[in-house]
Design a binder for this molecule. Structure first.
Ligand SMILES: [Zn+2]
Length: 1009
């Protein structure tokens, strides 16, 4: 291992030499970074910069002074002290107030509102440039729009050169997406001031040559909570302060993993701003690494869909940035590092996927504005080839130091970008052009989503994501035929495999798609993002990168359970088609009659409909049936007691297709009631469950959001709830942590409440007097009693481990893994019990999101120890006479053949032996064993997208289990079915559980063995 990494590092070093030669050295005639001696300095402000900077090396000639201005207010006007002063952390509102004061005082600053957050707070973008540039924003944008969409100039390079020469590029900076990373807003306030006021030639060149666009606070809801907490900490300096459990309304750190699904408002607002302004760069500011880690030029593997022109730009800008700051004598500035550039989920990747340049800084923050002595880990201060000037092992560090690094990095970046803006603008054009020539240059020509997909509502949801990503969508106006490559079969490695008949399958096939099919053309400027989302991913287990930074697979067609065809045949582009301007759900009702039937294709909107038509009677068919000339799957809904006009509207809004019938079909049914749902969270972490909450809210499924502390206090949960969802806590939280919460034997209570000191903490979420207590043993008893008395408890990943730990499923144990490594991958799964209501609407094959299990193993014996059951049956026999299939013999004795060993599949219960049945008090009766709904595919078919290593340890094991417990059920997920807005194809496994909560045993056959 070690050798491989060393070899690789050396290779990279060598390959970077030309880049360093180009980018490391400033041209002799480049403007020096120095202040204008003729411009007066704001002496008081400058003195404080010096005072709050803890060591002279932590600043630069660009930021160690503040130019004075008679009419433009400096940040202290609003802050009461300078940017980066100890003890000062402004609310978003104060940051905006300052930016608007700037705009009022200077014609070089303008403020734009770019949307609101989930909690209704405003997001802004501040443009800073010369007065001349700001006067002509629209003309400039029209020029940039031509570079962004070269079809408008017929891909004419000479015309592009003319436009490049006239255009001013846009460099977009975003701050504080991560709420505990607190420094960016004050740095960006001061940066805006400097860019507007400073007359030094270095800054003037930036102002005249570039439009700097700034969103000082991306996660506005989280910022205000963080400032609340910091103020609470200042008011109670001797107390421990509560950890920031909520950032935005829904998710915390994962707000920087939403750039694929665009589920959050902040992503949508930044994306609209980036694309709307036709910006060239998106530079996102973070804080976690000393002192400035520019992960623009990250480690491998790089995302396969980005243009190599961009990866060159990363190296160029990143290494030059390090060089510039090193020359200022600032320690601890480096690039490359350990960040891989594979996943396109990061906010900055909006630029990478839309023909721009993505950048990200990690500077060093103290999580607030206290000045603190910071001690680093050896791996943080060690000297490596990519960090020749590492940070100090120990130092006093201030928010001002952090602001100095952020501003210096940004100013040198802006200057270098301006010096080379013709190159970067031309590259912007070239990347856009190469996106358009994709069908002929590298393929595919298009993706096709057929009109006969049984899941048109989910197809619509997928298209809506693409539309948020600004992808152009077309719809075929008549049927069309294209040639598709046949599925490739791997050649058998066995030499003796003579029957290579499968090779014949490798011929391509032609396929007709019906009118109405959706065509995502790849000859469009934003083909790159569509291709990256719809294609499959492969991360080799042999990749030198052993610690993927994030998910390794995400294929949207698979995770949405929607049919997507990758078409390389250029003929697809000649099909008759029209543009789709707005993708909308298109449901409706066909036929006449007062009974309505809706086919069940596992579309989440079925649950929306149940809660929307609260008074209607709904039933689920337990078997497939035919009625009104249509075929209906098992689980299809039969609805009565609702007026046609109401039903028409509901079907339309939900995008569901219903058939009106004059008589009810004769098929066995059970009622589908609107279950009363509790949604349980801990006070340890709310991130992973946040993705479940946003999914339910978007589907308009009501629930009570309660904490484990409320469960602990509620003895009779059945009186209030039918279903308790306990989504993953995250970070593989242990059962002990869930039960015990945070340490209680010392320290002070940690309130999460709205008070005059903390007016923003709660928002629309939950509150408590003390975050520390967990579920407790009372809570455990209440959950056990809830299930025993008929309730349904649904858990996933770490909460499934929890459910098993508290003895809710004797017939399931946790397998141990030795080499399994599944890092956010898409895996194949297979339906085991199609008659279970949890499986309603699903086909035999399904793709699921998995992040290292857990591995469920079935046991027919209560208290049975979890042991490893591997796929594939052992072919070995003891050493002896004969061939492998022959029985052995014993000399001098006639043979007694052993009874045949019973075999079972990994998703089946092992047969109970006669020996085990003797006084079999631990033998679990078949009716009390878990019902296996879904299992992982066999090892050969397990990987759909991403990284899979040691897959045999989980292959064929159960993925979703319905465990009878007392009168109720525990439904255990090994997969995470609701995740980042990306796994909509598996949402219905959860929703089916909710809708059929009191009939989960429907269709169950119990095999006595
Ligand atoms: Zn961050």
């Amino acid at each position: 291992m070690i050798r491989r990494r060393q070899t690789r590092s050396l290779l990279l070093c060598a390959s970077m030499l030309p880049v360093l030669l180009f980018s490391g050295a400033a041209r002799a005639d480049e403007t020096a970074p120095a202040r204008d001696p003729k411009q007066p300095v704001n002496e008081a402000y400058t003195a404080k910069i010096k005072k709050y900077t803890t060591a002279p090396v932590f600043t630069s000639p660009l930021v160690d002074y503040l130019p004075a201005s008679k009419n433009v207010p400096a940040p202290d006007t609003v802050l009461g002290d300078i940017s980066g002063a100890p003890g000062i952390l402004p609310y978003a509102e104060d940051v905006y107030k300052y930016m608007r004061l700037l705009a009022k005082a200077s014609p070089r600053v303008r403020v734009f509102s770019i949307g609101t957050t989930e909690e209704g707070r405003e997001m802004i973008a501040v443009a800073v440039s010369s007065e001349e540039n700001l006067k002509h924003l629209d003309e400039n944008r029209a020029r940039l729009a031509k570079l962004a969409d070269p079809r408008t100039i017929k891909l004419d390079d000479a015309e592009a050169d003319r436009i490049v020469a006239q255009s001013t590029p846009i460099y977009y900076i975003t701050g504080t997406i991560h709420s505990p990373e607190t420094g960016a807003p004050t740095a960006l306030m001061e940066l805006a001031y400097r860019l507007a006021v400073d007359d030094s030639p270095y800054i003037r060149e930036i102002r005249d040559g570039v439009i700097t666009l700034i969103t000082p606070v991306v996660e506005v809801d989280g910022r205000d909570r963080m400032v609340d907490l910091y103020r609470w900490h200042l008011a109670h300096p001797k107390d421990f302060y509560p950890p920031l459990i909520y950032w935005g309304k829904y998710v915390a750190h994962d707000n920087n993993r939403d750039a694929m699904g665009v589920t959050l408002k902040l992503t949508e607002n930044v994306l609209n701003t980036y694309v709307g302004w036709k910006a060239q760069v998106l530079h996102d500011l973070h804080e976690s690494v000393p002192y400035l880690y520019d992960n623009t030029a990250g480690d491998g593997p790089f995302n396969a869909w980005v243009d190599p022109i961009l990866t060159d730009e990363w190296e160029m800008i990143g290494w030059r940035n390090v060089a510039d700051m090193t020359k200022f004598g600032m320690p601890g500035v480096f690039t490359h590092g350990v960040f891989d550039t594979w996943s396109p989920g990061y906010l900055m990747f909006i630029a990478a996927m839309h023909n721009g340049i993505s950048r990200l800084y990690e500077t060093f923050g103290n999580g607030g504005a206290d000045t603190e002595e910071r001690t680093l880990d050896p791996q943080e201060y060690s000297r490596t080839w990519w960090r020749q000037n590492p940070p100090f092992p120990k130092t006093l560090w201030s928010q001002r130091d952090n602001n100095n690094y952020e501003e210096t990095g940004l100013l040198t970046s802006l200057h270098f970008f301006n010096e080379n803006k013709r190159l970067f603008l031309k590259n912007f054009y070239l990347k856009s052009k190469r996106s358009i020539t994709k069908p002929t240059e590298e393929g595919p020509a298009a993706y096709v989503l057929p009109a006969d997909d049984p899941r048109l509502e989910l197809q619509t949801e997928l298209l809506q994501v693409l539309q948020k990503q600004k992808v152009e969508i077309s719809r075929a106006t008549s049927p069309f035929t294209v040639t598709l490559p046949a599925k490739k079969h791997k050649k058998s490695r066995k030499k003796d495999d003579s029957k290579d008949a499968e090779e014949k399958d490798n011929e391509s096939i032609s396929r007709e798609f019906p009118a109405g099919s959706v065509i995502i053309r790849m000859d469009q400027p934003y083909s790159r993002i569509a291709d990256a989302l719809l294609d499959h991913q492969y991360w080799s287990p042999d990749d030198p990168q052993k610690t993927p930074y994030d998910d390794t697979g995400w294929t949207f067609g698979e995770l949405f359970n929607v049919k997507v065809f990758r078409v390389t045949d250029p003929k697809v582009l000649e099909a008759a088609m029209e543009p789709v301007n707005e993708v909308r759900p298109a449901g409706g009702v066909q036929g006449e009659g007062t009974i309505f039937a809706i086919n069940n294709s596992a579309e989440p909107a079925l649950a929306t409909l149940r809660y929307k038509l609260r008074d209607a009677s709904m039933e689920a068919a337990e078997e497939p049936f035919e009625s009104g000339g249509k075929k209906f799957n098992r689980g299809s809904l039969i609805i009565r007691g609702v007026a046609r006009s109401d039903f028409d509207r509901a079907a339309n809004e939900t995008g569901l297709h219903a058939t009106a019938l004059t008589a009810a079909p004769s098929v066995k049914t059970h009622p589908v009631r609107a279950a009363r749902v509790a949604f349980v969270h801990t006070w340890l972490s709310t991130q992973t469950e946040g993705w479940w909450r946003i999914a339910l809210d978007n589907l308009k499924i009501p629930y009570d959001y309660i904490s484990t502390q409320v469960v602990a206090k509620t003895a009779d949960l059945n009186a209030k709830y039918d279903v308790i969802l306990f989504p993953p806590v995250g970070y593989n939280s242990s059962t002990t942590a869930i039960i015990n919460g945070m340490p209680m034997n010392w320290g002070n209570p940690l309130p999460w409440k709205n008070t005059t000191e903390t007016p923003n903490l709660v928002g629309k979420n939950d509150s408590t007097d003390d975050m520390r207590p967990g579920l407790g043993w009372n809570g455990v008893a209440h959950l056990q009693s809830f299930v025993a008395k008929g309730g349904v408890l649904l858990t996933a990943t770490d909460t499934s481990r929890f459910a098993l730990s508290i003895g809710l499923a004797d017939s399931v144990t946790l397998g141990t893994s030795q080499k399994m490594n599944i890092v956010g991958s898409v895996l194949g799964a297979r339906l085991v019990d199609a008659a279970s209501p949890i499986a309603y609407g699903y086909d035999e094959k399904l793709s699921v999101y998995c992040d290292n299990g857990p591995i469920f193993t079935l046991s027919s014996i209560a208290g049975g120890r979890g042991f490893r059951r591997l796929g594939g049956h052992s072919a070995s026999r003891p050493t002896g006479r004969g061939t492998v299939d022959d029985p052995d013999f014993t000399v001098g004795r006639s043979g007694t053949e052993a009874p045949e060993e019973p075999t079972s599949e990994l998703w089946e219960y092992p047969q109970v032996s006669e020996e085990q049945k003797r006084n079999g008090l631990r033998v679990i009766p078949p009716a009390d064993r878990a019902r296996v709904i879904l299992r992982y595919a066999n090892n050969k078919d397990l990987l759909v997208s991403g990284l899979l290593e040691g897959g045999d340890e989980i292959a064929e094991h159960p993925a979703v289990l319905d465990v009878p417990a007392g009168q109720g059920h525990v439904v255990l997920f090994s997969i995470n079915p609701v995740y980042r807005g990306e796994t909509r194809g598996t949402y219905s496994l959860v929703l089916n559980t909710i809708l059929n909560f009191d009939n989960l045993n429907a269709g169950r056959t119990i095999i006595e063995k």
